[in-house]
Design a binder for this molecule. Structure first.
Ligand SMILES: Cc1cc2nc3c(=O)[nH]c(=O)nc-3n(C[C@H](O)[C@H](O)[C@H](O)COP(=O)(O)O)c2cc1C
Ligand SMILES: [Mn+2]
Length: 480
């Protein structure tokens, strides 16, 4: 059964001993972040700060910060299974006869069941503030000493394409400038920024609604790398096998999840920019100050006893790593659909997801590893990857020790390193200019004669089965 809302998920975590309540008064400025850091790094529980200093609203952090909680959030036994379910849906077998047609029907009906539903009201409307929609009622965190201020870190930002009206929901952090103005940190590559650029072209303001805290499927979906134009709310409905209920905003022509804890309504004016950051980011570095759009708040609605959820990013591993690892697993089958030679992908946590990708392939022809690199550099948000390492299918790429051993042994740097240029993640700080620079591919597969390798490739050392069995049998005799 899908979670009704965020608090139902919180209750479940508590019942399972995966959430700790903290009643002591704790400062949202840095203190919560330091407590969270110690807890995450030890694989500890989610935390509910019941008495954040200066606010009557409790603050929940680290809700998704383990594989176990991530699986509970999406109500699955295995994250890989989610990807396989998506594939089954995308590929409804074309019914060829009546019986097949009948078999396909429930599948199609189920898809309709996942479409968002529009409802007249919901818990997020319990309190509506139009006269003084001030952010200072919430326990918004400052997470690192050099941060430019407080940041809303789990916002689900809703916009509509000004031309087509197609909805988007993306998670983009928000720098709080004053009680009714924030930054809007949508990177240039993201759908929200695209909507804003279109609005600018039309000389119009872009209406924006920000939901904070909803059921976990909705929260996860706002981070998922879906193709442009695919409705995150339909995806969330699919994930939880029931429709997301959306309710109209008070002051803007947008809809938000009715079960949201908090909703901020407002707009971004065309061509208005303000300095955003610095912000201690998930790369483990501060992202530098930069110019971003400005969000003006016209109305705040919230549940009477709202809970304010936040995440704290920083040096990995942090909570976002588990969200990103879920994405790695969930989207692998879709990547494999396009590139069936891919056996597995590992985006190592230390590679902060856009820096390093390790890929194992079933190599079938000369240059195959290069083809996979180029394909990934052209695929959705994978295209921001700075370094790609390709190994043969038998390598366990989830074991970085094995991967390093392969790179060291199998690579002739002059021959096997591919250097190209292309778009990079906006958080990339080593490139000369923002969001564009060098990329490296390392082909660590076994080299073939057809690739110009004319020597003999040595065999890997493995003991024969016969001797292994003999030693197994005689093990005790040796006196161990
Ligand atoms: C905790 C968290 C914070 C994020 N912050 C940002 C951000 O500030 N800016 C941004 O462009 N993407 C951010 N992302 C990544 C986007 O949410 C992600 O790329 C998403 O797919 C964007 O959706 P879109 O393609 O609909 O724009 C964040 C992700 C997570 C999990
Ligand atoms: Mn999108």
């Amino acid at each position: 059964m899908a979670y009704k809302d965020l608090r139902e998920f919180i209750r479940l975590l508590e019942k399972r001993g995966l959430l700790r309540r903290i009643t002591a008064e704790v400062d949202p400025v840095l203190e919560i972040a330091e407590i969270n850091d110690r807890v995450v790094k030890k694989g500890g529980p989610a935390l509910l700060f019941e008495n954040p200093k200066g606010s009557k609203i409790p603050c929940a952090v680290n809700l998704f910060g383990s594989y176990e909680r991530m699986k509970l959030a999406l109500e699955v036994e295995s994250l890989d299974g989610v990807g396989i379910r998506i594939l089954e849906f995308l590929e409804p077998e074309i019914p060829t006869n009546l019986i097949e047609k009948l078999k396909a029907l429930p599948k199609l009906k189920r898809l309709a069941d996942f479409l968002p539903k529009y409802v007249n009201s919901g818990p997020c409307k319990e309190v509506v503030i139009k006269d003084k929609p001030f952010l200072d009622i919430f326990p918004i965190l400052k997470t690192w000493p050099e941060d430019g201020g407080k940041f809303i870190t789990l916002p689900m930002v809703f916009t509509k394409d000004p031309e087509t009206g197609i909805r988007n929901c993306g998670m983009y952090r928000m720098h709080v400038y004053d009680e009714r103005t924030t930054g809007m940190h949508w990177h240039m590559h993201k759908d929200g920024a695209r909507h804003y650029r279109k609005a600018e072209k039309l000389g119009k303001r872009l209406e924006v609604a920000v939901a904070i805290g909803s059921d976990p499927a909705v929260m996860y979906s706002s981070t998922a790398p879906l193709p442009e134009g695919v409705d995150e709310m339909l995806f969330a409905g699919f994930l939880k096998s029931s429709s997301v209920e959306l309710v109209k905003c008070e002051t803007v022509d947008l809809e938000v999840p009715a079960n949201s804890e908090i909703v901020l309504e407002g707009y971004c004016e065309p061509f208005e920019r303000r300095t955003e950051g610095p912000f201690g980011d998930h790369t483990g570095y501060y992202s530098l100050r930069d110019e971003f759009s400005v969000f003006h708040i016209t109305c705040i609605t919230h549940r009477r006893d709202a809970i304010y959820p936040a995440t704290i990013v920083g040096k990995p591993p942090m909570e976002d790593c588990y969200i990103a690892k879920a994405t790695e697993r969930i989207f692998l089958p879709l990547v494999q659909k396009q590139l069936p030679e891919i056996v597995d992908i590992n985006l190592p946590i230390e590679g902060v997801f856009h820096n390093i990708a390790i890929v194992s392939i079933d190599k079938r022809y000369p240059g195959h590893a290069r083809r996979v690199m180029y394909a990934l550099w052209g695929m959705g948000q994978m295209s921001f990857t700075k370094m790609i390492v390709v190994v043969d299918k038998e390598v366990d790429i989830q074991n970085s020790s094995e991967v390093i051993w392969k790179i060291g042994n199998n690579v002739d740097p002059k021959r096997d390193v591919v250097i190209v240029e292309g778009p990079l993640d906006v958080l990339e700080h080593a490139s000369n200019i923002p969001a564009y620079g060098g990329k490296m591919g390392i082909d660590a597969t076994k080299k073939w004669k057809s690739e110009g390798f004319m020597r003999d490739w040595p065999n890997e050392i493995v003991m024969s089965e016969e001797i292994k069995q003999l030693v197994d049998k005689r093990w005790k005799e040796y006196g161990f």
